[in-house]
Design a protein around this ligand. Structure first.
Ligand code: IPD
Ligand code: CA
Ligand code: CA
Length: 270
């Protein structure tokens, strides 16, 4: 078992502390006060509390680092260009519906590159972590992406647009192209865990459009450090904010890029 670095220890401590509140609130989900943030997009008191705890703990551990969180915590990067990119609760819809599948995601960006990652699933007590050049781990077991090279044996994950988001026709075209060529497609609604599961070899590939940097920052490093490939869906470099993402083992990557080269059907207005 590789010893965890002081930096990873700071991140793990913060994730564990924030997770305690999330688990407690998940157990009493019906009592949570919930307010609407936008279409199909809720923010809960649990979410904001997790954000506060993460900000406090990460700042205690590394006071100089900047921070960017989905729930509002914001501080400019330090002189070395370092900042945390945080999603205090990834999988909000699952959480609010009592589905035990959600995560805390913490990535550390340095001058545009992700250099450290923690994704923690409090319900399953699964802690994924990675540092650039040091490999990816699940609860201290070294991770490796899958070795499957045949699409027909592969299990894929995706995320789909939901109410208020654009891109449904394109997504449906992609799904139609993919669905009868693979062993299965899953949609669990937690981008950080979708990426962590590619790193762990549970999924062979994952694609999604329109994600934010806090959804994918940590997961990107997990996949790379587990020997996987990350790109945009068209095979180009991934853009952290609002772009698309394709994560897979190295065997399947070019097949996936080829498969996903589809266009949305022309709309009636065209
Ligand atoms: C969402 C999840 C989901 C993805 C959505 C994200 P949230 O994050 O990562 O998998 O499909 O686009 O917004 O809102 O639960 O933090
Ligand atoms: Ca998210
Ligand atoms: Ca979130």
């Amino acid at each position: 078992m590789a010893p965890r670095s002081p930096l990873i220890n700071v991140m793990v401590r913060a994730a564990h502390k924030a997770a305690r509140g999330l688990k407690r609130d998940f157990g009493e989900i019906e009592h949570l006060q919930v307010s609407k943030k936008g279409p199909a997009d809720f923010v809960s008191t649990a979410d904001l509390q997790a954000d506060r705890i993460l900000r406090e703990e990460l700042t205690k551990g590394r006071p100089e680092f900047g921070i960017l969180s989905e729930e509002g915590s914001l501080r400019e990067p330090d002189a070395e260009g370092r900042r945390w990119i945080v999603d205090p609760l990834d999988g909000t819809t699952n959480f609010l519906h009592g589905l035990p599948h959600f995560a805390i995601s913490i990535g550390l960006e340095q001058r545009g590159a992700i250099v450290a990652a923690v994704v923690y699933d409090p319900i399953k007590d699964e802690l994924f972590h990675a540092e650039r050049g040091g490999g990816a781990f699940l609860n201290d077991r070294r991770l490796r992406v899958s070795a499957r090279s045949r699409l027909e044996e592969s299990l894929l994950a995706t995320g789909m647009p939901f109410k208020g988001k654009e891109g449904s026709p394109l997504f449906l075209s992609e799904l139609t192209e993919v669905i009868d060529k693979v062993a299965g497609v899953r949609r669990w609604g937690v981008a950080s865990l979708d990426l962590a599961y590619v790193a762990a070899g549970r999924y062979d590939a994952y694609w999604e459009r329109g994600l934010a940097s806090w959804d994918i920052a940590a997961g990107i490093l997990l996949v790379r450090e587990a020997g996987g490939y990350i790109s945009a869906i068209d095979g180009r470099d991934v853009i952290l904010d609002g772009g698309s993402i394709l994560a897979s083992n190295s065997e399947l990557h070019s097949d996936m890029v080829r498969l996903l080269k589809v266009k949305a059907p022309a709309s009636k207005a065209d």
